[in-house]
Design a protein. Structure first.
Lengths: 151, 128
């Protein structure tokens, strides 16, 4: 499958998950902003099947807080804990990956690893993200690496 | 009428989300038990009665597929209905889990009303 089709499906899967489970709309593609120096949370999981691959999701701290508040229905003065923010980032990555793979219409099922937070020292993949989504409160970046030999 | 739900998921935020969605969807009489994997769920089910189990598939220690197999093999527990709540939405997986004995399947992401409808279907109207 060509890269642009994967990217389209990744954008569709992300929008579906954000709207359905996080009650958050995507405002469009995020533009690079050198002034945005917010810390980022990065979650990663791999999937095994036909095809296999790795999904990496990076979310800025303001976006993570807004998503966690929606997902967990936190009250205004009740800030999500760091553990909850990490859990929300991991669950978002998990659901985006599941939604993406469901779109393949495969007859075989996939094995997903449990999503894990990536240490800030490890950093994101060196290449530009495949999708960069503006949520209004912040940005989500997504990288998808697919083992094309298995497609 | 009150009913008891066992939520099995290794993600504590997902367990909290499911709890919230059930309460928000008008099923305020629900009581909740939680487990982080299939093994913890089995331990709980041998001590506590529940009306329905909502379980993820992909979990450490014992996954949802193994949990369903164990419940089906247990004379005392096989009558407890299990609904799968999973990101794995492939048709083959859904059919596999239903064949193993799961009574329902909710694909993540899901609309709140989808979970409520599945719970009502599995539990029957008395709990709605």
């Amino acid at each position: 499958m060509p890269d642009h089709q994967w990217n389209e499906m990744l954008a569709e899967a992300s929008s579906e998950v954000l709207e359905t489970m996080f009650f958050t709309g995507v405002m469009g593609a995020a533009q690079p902003d050198p002034a945005d120096t917010w810390p980022r949370l990065t979650a990663r999981l791999s999937f095994d099947g036909q095809p296999s691959g790795v999904l990496t999701l990076r979310v800025s701290e303001p976006a993570a807080r807004a998503l966690a508040a929606n997902f967990l229905a936190s009250e205004g003065d009740e800030l999500p804990s760091a553990t909850q923010l990490g859990g929300v980032a991991c669950e978002l990555a998990n659901m985006v990956c599941g939604s993406l793979l469901s779109r393949l219409g495969s007859q075989n099922h996939f094995r997903l690893t449990s999503p894990e937070l990536v240490s800030p020292d490890a950093g994101p993949p060196p290449e530009p993200p495949d999708q960069s989504l503006d949520l209004g409160d912040g940005v989500i970046d997504l990288w998808l690496r697919v083992d094309q030999h298995a497609v | 009428m009150a009913f008891r739900v066992l939520i099995v998921d290794d993600s504590s935020v997902m367990r909290a989300f499911i709890r919230r969605i059930i309460l928000l969807s008008g099923m305020e009489s629900a009581e909740f038990l939680e487990a982080g994997n299939g093994r913890e769920a089995l331990d709980l089910l041998r001590k506590e009665w529940v009306d329905v189990v909502l379980t993820d598939i992909n979990m450490p220690a014992m996954d949802g597929e193994q949990l369903v197999r164990c419940l089906e093999a247990d004379e005392l527990l096989k009558s407890v209905p299990v609904v799968i709540v999973s990101t794995d939405g492939t048709e083959s997986r859904i059919q596999q889990m239903l064949t193993l004995g799961a009574r329902g399947y909710v694909k993540k992401p899901f609309m709140p009303e989808t979970l409520r409808e599945e719970l009502e279907r599995v539990l029957g109207g008395a709990y709605a």
